[in-house]
Design a protein around this ligand. Structure first.
Ligand SMILES: Nc1nc2c(ncn2[C@@H]2O[C@H](COP(=O)(O)OP(=O)(O)O)[C@@H](O)[C@H]2O)c(=O)[nH]1
Ligand SMILES: Nc1ncnc2c1ncn2[C@@H]1O[C@H](COP(=O)(O)OP(=O)(O)O)[C@@H](O)[C@H]1O
Length: 298
């Protein structure tokens, strides 16, 4: 497995107010494997309930914001529905120097500046499944006055057509799906993802692929046999209460391959797909798939 070189990326994430940027970012934050830092923006908007100064935003006055502009302290900034928003440069550069990927959750005007002026930018635009859903979410959040919601939805009509300025467009149908798609993008783009996923996790991923590609017939057959034996009361042990043949097979194969190689210490070919398929092929003969006849004979 050749080692891909990873470099820290400035990741610009935009999307209309209410699409789910904050929800997705808090999920992304939990995956330390993605090696993410989150830029804390400066804004003149008032804090919402639960928003903490220095955590969600640096909440400043217009004068303070204009001073930051004059002193070139911001990577980008823009006016959004009556308030200033901007990205302080220092923190972002510090984090990237520390090898982190930094997420900038910013609106499209600022994003355009960042994409144009900064190097190594990865840009993602989040889309709602429908405009109706966007309105529902924005209203559902109950964070803005009705007239602000209207202004933000108007702004969304201007922003959505600009999604093509971004390298990737991700639909936020569910937060889980969106996070999965964004994680794939970060991996594909060689973002500085820490290799702290263990050999075991990487092995399990490969074994899962092999099982799903080559052995689902056996999984279904095994599942069917277990169910038949349970229905006939031939196996009652609690071990088969919620038996999942696919999971069991993946776990058994991963464990076997891992511990056998651990014994021999030859990890190098453990993640070599050809080698692994051969190992799994031989192991499959040893796994007891419970033929029904065999259980009747017991
Ligand atoms: N240009 C720019 N936009 C920002 C920055 N921080 C937040 N924004 C954007 O400003 C818009 C309004 O943000 P906010 O008031 O938190 O509303 P929300 O989008 O509904 O969460 C959103 O599109 C944010 O992505 C920033 O530092 N620069
Ligand atoms: N995939 C989703 N499905 C349904 N509701 C969502 C989804 N993602 C976010 N929401 C909800 O929509 C509202 C806006 O989400 P939020 O993360 O604040 O958006 P943004 O940060 O883009 O303004 C919140 O109430 C959030 O719980």
């Amino acid at each position: 497995m050749h080692k891909r070189e990873y470099k820290p990326r400035m990741i610009v994430v935009s999307g209309p107010s209410g699409v789910g940027k904050g929800s997705i970012n808090s999920k992304l934050r939990q995956d330390e494997h993605l090696n993410l830092a989150f830029s804390v923006s400066m804004t003149t908007r008032q804090p919402r309930d639960g928003e903490i100064n220095g955590v969600h935003y640096f909440f400043v006055t217009r004068e303070e914001f204009e001073k930051a502009i004059a002193q070139h302290e911001l990577i980008e900034y823009a006016e959004f529905v009556g308030n200033y928003y901007g990205t302080p440069r220092k923190y972002v550069e510090q984090q990237m120097k520390n090898g982190k990927n930094v997420i900038l959750e910013i609106e499209v005007d600022g994003a355009t500046q960042a994409i144009k002026n900064e190097k190594n930018v990865l840009s993602i635009f989040l889309m709602p499944p429908t405009l109706q859903e966007l309105a529902t979410r924005l209203q559902g959040r109950q964070s803005e006055a009705p007239e602000v919601i209207k202004a933000r939805l108007d702004k969304a009509m201007l922003e959505v057509p600009l999604k093509h300025n971004y390298q990737y467009v991700v639909e936020n149908d569910t937060v889980e799906n969106a996070v999965e798609k964004m994680t794939d993008i970060l991996e594909k783009e060689h973002a500085a993802i820490t290799q702290n996923i263990t050999i075991y996790d990487q092995l399990k991923k490969l074994v899962t692929q092999i099982v799903k590609t080559n052995y689902m017939f056996f999984v279904e057959n095994w599942e069917f046999n277990i169910k038949t034996l349970k229905d006939k009361g031939l196996i009652t042990t609690k071990e088969y209460k919620n038996f999942d043949a696919e999971e069991k097979l993946i776990h058994t194969l991963t464990e076997n391959v891992y511990h056998r190689n651990l014994a021999h210490g030859d990890f190098k070919d453990l993640l070599d797909e050809k080698y692994l398929i051969g190992r799994v092929e031989r192991l499959m003969f040893k796994i007891n798939f419970f033929s029904i006849a065999q259980k009747y004979d017991d």
